[in-house]
Ligand binder design. Structure first.
Ligand code: ATP
Ligand code: MG
Length: 193
């Protein structure tokens, strides 16, 4: 039985906050692998324009390629319709029936879990790991006893929203996102206003 981390996100774009969180959880929970899963159509973000799934997927591949314990899955981008984490975990459990899943989530997302679709299913399929994120309180009291572990990770006050806003304003995103992602954003002309 392997221990597999699952890092879900829009990754629009992926940044060092995501990568440090995944790396820290991998080490503290002795995970064999962390699978990054870019969302298809994120249902909470339907108001705003999200970069093409293929661009977000490729940026995630570029950012994770050098880490032997990181991989990227297409399960969510290849499924039609809005992405629900219950479907993500079901598909991954079908694919890796022998393995134990750990779903990694930042403090802001953890707060909202109770509003996610088919919430009871989530905790049957994976153990949840909530990580600290600057600007949010990490608190799991609203979640079932024993379903969630909370851990502190190095504080990275970075969000994808801030990265997009910076590109739009002509400000640099060097060192907020991996070098290859800076170059990919520029090459594809993403996030220009
Ligand atoms: P956006 O601003 O577009 O919402 P984001 O930076 O929040 O982007 P997401 O793709 O929404 O990134 O987040 C994916 C997961 O990573 C979520 O669980 C989120 O809480 C977590 N996360 C994002 N940024 C950080 C960070 N700086 N530190 C810790 N966790 C983070
Ligand atoms: Mg977010």
């Amino acid at each position: 039985m392997r221990r597999l981390g699952v890092m879900g996100g829009t990754f629009d774009p992926i940044h060092h906050g995501h990568l440090v969180a995944a790396s820290e959880v991998q080490s503290k929970f002795d995970l064999d692998e962390v699978i990054f899963v870019p969302t298809g159509q994120p249902w909470q973000k339907s108001q705003r324009e999200v970069a093409a799934a293929e661009d977000r997927y490729l940026m995630t591949v570029i950012a994770t390629a050098s880490n032997p314990r990181f991989s990227v899955s297409r399960v969510d981008i290849d499924r039609d319709g809005p992405t629900y984490t219950a479907d993500t975990l079901r598909d991954l459990a079908d694919r890796y029936p022998e393995d134990k899943l750990f779903f990694i989530t930042g403090a802001d997302a953890l707060e909202q879990i109770v509003s996610w679709k088919r919430v009871d299913e989530l905790f049957d399929r994976a153990h949840f790991i909530g990580v600290t994120r600057p600007g949010y309180q990490l608190d799991g009291h609203h979640l079932p006893e024993g379903a969630v572990s909370l851990i502190e990770v190095p504080a990275m006050a970075i969000s994808s929203t801030a990265c997009r806003d910076r590109v739009c304003a002509g400000e640099p995103v060097w060192y907020l996102v991996p070098d290859g992602v800076v170059q990919y954003i520029s090459k594809r002309g993403l996030y220009r206003c």
